[in-house]
Ligand binder design. Sequence first.
Ligand SMILES: CC(C)(COP(=O)(O)OP(=O)(O)OC[C@H]1O[C@@H](n2cnc3c(N)ncnc32)[C@H](O)[C@@H]1OP(=O)(O)O)[C@@H](O)C(=O)NCCC(=O)NCCS
Length: 226
Amino acid sequence: MWWSGPIGDVGAARELLDEAERTRYDGLRSPHDRARFVTGRVLARRALAAELRTDRAAITLITRCPICGGPHGKPILAGGRTAIDFSISHAGERVIVATSHAGAIGVDVERIGPIGDLATPEAGVLADDERSVLRALPAARREAAFMRYWTRKEAVLKATGDGLLTPMAALRVTAPGAEPAVAGWPAGQPAREVRMLDLDAGRGYRACLAVLTALPLELTERSLLQ
Ligand SMILES: CC(C)(COP(=O)(O)OP(=O)(O)OC[C@H]1O[C@@H](n2cnc3c(N)ncnc32)[C@H](O)[C@@H]1OP(=O)(O)O)[C@@H](O)C(=O)NCCC(=O)NCCS
């Protein structure tokens, strides 16, 4: 796991992106989104280069949507290296890159904040039993609990590569106070071995990591946060 805050000098960091990434960067309006995006991509190269004991320049990331062919979706490492997988997530002042030698990995960090109507059935995030758990909590604890559910689900969906194409409510996870695990895979999808860890992203954040493996996880964290 590599943790960082958004890079301050985004102009210089932009030069480290490839052409497709620069196009995406230039299309982002918000300076905060730009900073988080560029940091994720630069940090991913740094993490992968360190893991593979190679030069950052030797790391090429490919991002191609399997559905529409557009430059979004789960980025992969060019060159057919299957021994390592990685995942990027960014929110607020947090950027995370997670790499795995054990199987496909997904990571998600979210800032705790107002959830609006995201906990309604119509929003399609929580299953019925998960909504009951949330409703039973004191109001002051609901936002953090909701983000625990959200990050657990999204970490798994990023590990599988489905992203939000799978309705989140269809993937059930354990309650916020329990150890993180998948409680039910979406109908029609086979159950898979997955190991999950809630991460400490600091006050005001929730984060989770999921790896598609039966092996126990051994986590190494490197923080570039100031
Ligand atoms: C990407 C997604 C999984 C999470 O987004 P989010 O919570 O806003 O953002 P996060 O910071 O946690 O994650 C973003 C990162 O996830 C990665 N990612 C994107 N799609 C992914 C997927 N399907 N699986 C795994 N990782 C993915 C990317 O590295 C992205 O970072 P980048 O902007 O540097 O490329 C979600 O927005 C999504 O699935 N969107 C795609 C919807 C879609 O596929 N629509 C159809 C297109 S044809």
